[in-house]
Design a protein. Structure first.
Length: 144
């Protein structure tokens, strides 16, 4: 099963000085492998990661792995109640950050659905931001 899908992604980022909300609509691929759902899409200039591809691996309500490849490379692992050390590259220099998962809710099925997850990022154990991601996946209408 590999499907062309419409993806709506809303990210909320809060640090000590600011709250930023970013929402994008894009197309991508959606598939299931070994009991996990995968959402894959190409980044654009609007996200600041043009030339990169992002793939989310969703293991039910247990774990979300975000992997970016191409021009910038990163991997963030979000697992509720667990702090992971992950590599993050924002296009300048890569760094190691702490990722602490707070919530994962998935209603993904073979047809699509919703994914919500919340996590904290820290650098050298100092809180950098609180993050919320809301993702909706819908099958694209087939053209004749």
């Amino acid at each position: 099963m590999s499907k062309e899908v419409l993806i709506n992604i809303k990210g909320v980022y809060v640090d000590e000085d600011d709250r930023d909300v970013v929402e994008i609509f894009t197309t991508g691929k959606y598939y299931k492998r070994n009991g996990c759902y995968f959402i894959s899409y190409d980044e654009t200039e609007a996200t600041g990661f043009e030339g990169s591809k992002t793939t989310l691996k969703v293991d039910k309500d247990k774990r979300v792995t975000m992997e970016r490849s191409g021009k910038t490379k990163s991997q963030l692992i979000v697992e509720r109640g667990v702090r992971h050390h992950c590599h993050y590259d924002a296009g300048i220099d890569g760094m190691m950050i702490g990722v602490s998962g707070n919530l994962i809710k998935s209603s993904l099925t073979d047809s699509g659905g919703n994914l919500e997850f919340k996590y904290s990022l820290d650098i050298n154990s100092i809180l950098a931001s609180e993050n919320e991601m809301y993702i909706n996946v819908k099958e694209r209408a087939k053209t004749k």
